[in-house]
Design a protein around this ligand. Structure first.
Ligand SMILES: [Zn+2]
Length: 147
């Protein structure tokens, strides 16, 4: 885990150091292992996964990056990207989450699981302008794109 510092050293300004604090509240027991990332896109103007889908993914072992995690971020822009609904549930543009990680399986297996859990097609093309609603990518232990 790198703790990078953004250093702004503009003309005439005193050196300003803004620590990029990593969200310590996010519990992820597999941190540092390779994973498959699911990133949802509101293709066509609406989310394709329901609240139940996200809960079912989490029950099946996927590490869901809940909107609630963002509410605890140290970064304003992240915290401000979510809001609570009338029940006090944190949502990102109306959704409980928009990405998740699946550790310990291949890209193909993760997609097959996704199909079983949500009943949706992992290869769905979505609308022409917005692209795929369900984007899967294999990532190495550093989070770099592999496949
Ligand atoms: Zn579109």
């Amino acid at each position: 885990m790198s703790n990078e510092l953004d250093i702004y050293h503009g003309p005439g300004n005193a050196l300003e150091v803004v620590p990029e604090v990593i969200d310590a509240e996010i519990v992820d027991d597999h941190y540092g292992e390779p994973y498959v990332e699911l990133s949802e896109n509101n293709s066509g103007g609406g989310w394709w996964l329901s609240d139940e889908d996200w809960h079912n993914l989490a029950k099946a072992g996927w590490v869901v990056d809940w909107a609630e995690n963002r509410a605890r971020s140290n970064q304003n822009w992240v915290r401000n990207s979510v809001e609570q609904d009338e029940h006090g549930v944190w949502r990102y543009m109306g959704a409980l989450a928009h990405d998740a990680k699946r550790y310990g399986v291949s890209l193909e297996v993760a997609q097959a699981e996704f199909r079983d859990i949500t009943g949706q097609d992992p290869d769905e093309e979505g609308c022409e302008c917005c692209g795929q609603p369900h984007y899967f990518s294999a990532r190495d232990s550093q989070g770099n794109y592999v496949d």
